[in-house]
Design a protein around this ligand. Structure first.
Ligand code: FEO
Ligand code: CA
Ligand code: CA
Length: 633
């Protein structure tokens, strides 16, 4: 998420404002940082023989010039950076909107009303706002797609006169309904892909949908509320950011900045562990502006102090059964989940890689106790096992640190509910905001976007852990981001040790000559900032989406709007494939079953995209195809 609601702050900036991290600038630590940076640069990768840096290119340098720097493994001519209000793809490709915020999923829902934002009664019958992670599924010949709706802009969903401030419980209900997840059937006709309106598979999952809570923290006292004395039955999933897919065909949706939906109407004393958890996870009395707590006691932490503990999880959804109850898996830990990348270890154990997207938080891995057997029971495979946090050493090795009662001094349930504190206890490496993780289908390795971190080397994380410059986080006040990758020793994703390097350090070689120029595979023709979404395709290429500064000025001059690029993991080469409309973030990526269509999310666009003529800009999922009908990934 780049924008928050009415404050226009990112969720991370909102946390920073409410829970300011201490300034740190002692001389000794500055020296230490400088040394570790030098050490890193000596060992930094030299990538991409064909990616020699070009000089002098700026925005407007032709696509041809950009193309000079890339290999023929990319079946397209890279495009130039753009600053306009639409989507661009390479010659020979085309895009078309599949679903826009407000599109009815059922014929009994009204068309979207721009002035009033649509009636509350049918607000859970339409496509939600601000799409993010998504995955496709095929079931009995039906093509299904599950799509996250990360957050909502109250200003444009409530009557204009209210300026985004909910005036009653109905307003809050409407905002709740426009977020969460959509599962829907899609089909392809002569004029492209469309939503199958009224399909029995169509379903909206909202901030109120009944959920089951399972795993080691289910039923713990910290999970119990006035409405649920069992601590095993909750309502809703929220701030659904990245996604994942299990080998058994279910959808994983990841709860990220859940903290901003809570507030307090009164001051009440809280138990120490709860108070401490609020601080670490950024929950305060004011909330981020959604005002749920003023109209729904469930979100009022002075009345329901444990309700926030029931969010921040990975949720499993069966897209083939619209009556199924989504399941929150506490075994995967509670933090600001970006996505959940599931791989199988050689012995069949389930490994889930996960990032916690906040400045100075951690990278996690879950390894199941049991093994996955196709057609067998999957009970416990996302809960019974061990959660680890990553430590990256300066010498290019790393280890997964098990979070257990012995290593953390915390009970098993507390350790999962307050996973951040558990990872701090084992001194895992504080990271530059881990976003999406994707595993290479052709090599035993995984990649993680570290989007940026203006506090790197300057401030601690919310738990007071230091964030020294070094290792995979090599630049102070990191404004561009990088992608780290790791290769498990013995080719075993379930193992405890790995080697790591940086696939790319984003930067601007037209503005900087130092480490902020980026790594050697960054050129004036492909430069970008803030890598975020990411997915490998079936050709072994990695697609990279950005959510960063699109000012096209200063440090970001020549980088244009947010974009999607494709990287070759072998050569390091990177080419720009798509540019988004001004103001948008490009996020969410998946393919049709025949791989001839790529679905891409355009979140929070500016201007009047995609409808034009002064229409309200709408978050939209687009379908991209090749004009020659060939595979696209
Ligand atoms: Fe929702 Fe970290 O992106
Ligand atoms: Ca993201
Ligand atoms: Ca982001």
């Amino acid at each position: 998420m780049q924008h928050s609601d009415k404050t226009s702050l990112t969720a991370d900036e909102w946390d920073e404002l409410n829970f300011p991290r201490p300034e740190e600038n002692e001389f000794d630590r500055v020296v230490e940082r400088a040394l570790s940076r030098r050490g890193f640069l000596q060992g930094v990768l030299v990538l991409g023989s064909g990616a020699a840096a070009m000089s002098g290119g700026l925005l407007g340098s032709s696509a041809l010039k950009a193309a000079e720097s890339v290999s023929s493994r990319f079946p397209f001519l890279p495009i130039a950076a753009q600053t306009d209000g639409t989507v661009h793809v390479p010659e020979g490709y085309a895009w078309k909107a599949l679903a826009r915020w407000g599109d009815p999923l059922f014929s009994d829902a009204d068309d979207y009303d721009i002035a009033e934002g649509g009636p509350v009664a049918k607000s859970d019958r339409i496509f939600g706002e601000n799409t993010d992670g998504m995955e496709t599924f095929v079931y009995h010949g039906h093509q299904l797609i599950a799509i996250n709706h990360e957050y909502v802009n109250p200003e444009v969903n409530l009557p204009v006169a209210q300026k985004g401030v909910p005036a009653n419980a109905d307003d809050v209900a409407k905002l709740k309904n426009l977020q969460g997840v959509t599962v829907m059937e899609i089909a392809q006709a002569d004029n492209g892909w469309h939503v199958v309106k009224d399909s029995p598979f169509n379903r909206r999952i909202t901030h109120n949908t009944p959920m089951k809570i399972v795993g080691p923290a289910a039923g713990h006292d910290l999970m119990k509320t006035a409405a649920d004395a069992t601590g095993t039955a909750s309502l809703g999933t929220m701030n659904n950011c990245g996604s994942g897919k299990t080998p058994w065909g279910t959808y994983l949706t990841c709860e990220e900045n859940f903290n901003g939906y809570f507030g307090a109407t009164a001051q009440t004393p809280l138990p120490e562990d709860v108070k401490d958890g609020y601080k670490r996870y950024g929950i305060n009395a004011e909330g981020a502006g959604y005002d749920y707590h003023k109209w729904d006691e469930r979100f009022d932490t002075s009345k329901n102090p444990n309700e926030p503990h029931r969010f921040g999880w990975v949720v499993e959804i069966d897209p083939t059964d619209p009556k199924s109850t989504p399941v929150k898996h506490t075994g995967l830990g509670r933090f600001k989940h970006e996505n959940a990348e599931v791989v199988l270890a050689a012995d069949g154990r389930v490994v889930v890689y996960m990032g916690d997207d906040e400045r100075g938080e951690y990278l996690y891995k879950f390894v199941s106790d049991g093994t996955y057997v196709p057609g067998g029971s999957t009970d416990g495979l996302l809960d019974d096992g061990t959660l680890f946090a990553a430590r990256f050493n300066e010498d290019g090795t790393g280890e997964w640190l098990a979070l257990t009662p012995e290593t953390t001094g915390m009970g098993k349930a507390e350790m999962l509910i307050f996973a951040r504190k558990a990872a701090s206890a084992v001194s895992a490496t504080t990271m530059d905001r881990p976003e999406w993780i994707s595993a290479n289908p052709f090599a035993v390795e995984a990649y993680c976007c570290l989007t940026n971190n203006k506090n790197r080397g300057l401030k601690t994380n919310a738990g007071g852990d230091e964030t020294p410059v070094g290792g995979p986080n090599p630049r102070e006040a990191n404004k561009y981001g990088q992608i780290v990758r790791w290769r498990p020793h013995d080719d075993d994703h379930a193992g405890n040790t790995f080697d790591w390097d940086l696939y790319v350090m984003a930067g601007n070689p037209t503005v900087h000559q130092d480490a902020y120029a980026g790594s050697e595979n960054v050129t004036p023709g492909n430069m970008f900032n803030s890598p975020d979404g990411m997915a490998f395709d079936q050709n072994g290429l990695v697609w990279i989406q950005t959510d960063g500064a699109d000012s096209n000025e200063g440090d970001f001059a020549g980088q244009g709007n947010n974009q999607m690029l494709v990287g070759d993991p072998v050569t390091g080469e990177i080419a720009r494939f798509l540019t988004g409309p001004k103001g948008s973030e490009v996020t969410g990526l998946c393919w049709s079953a025949d791989r001839r269509t790529m679905f891409v999310g355009i979140q929070h666009p500016g201007g009047d995209w995609p409808d034009g003529n002064g229409a309200l800009p709408r978050s939209t999922v687009i379908a991209i195809t090749r004009n020659d009908g060939h595979l696209i990934g």
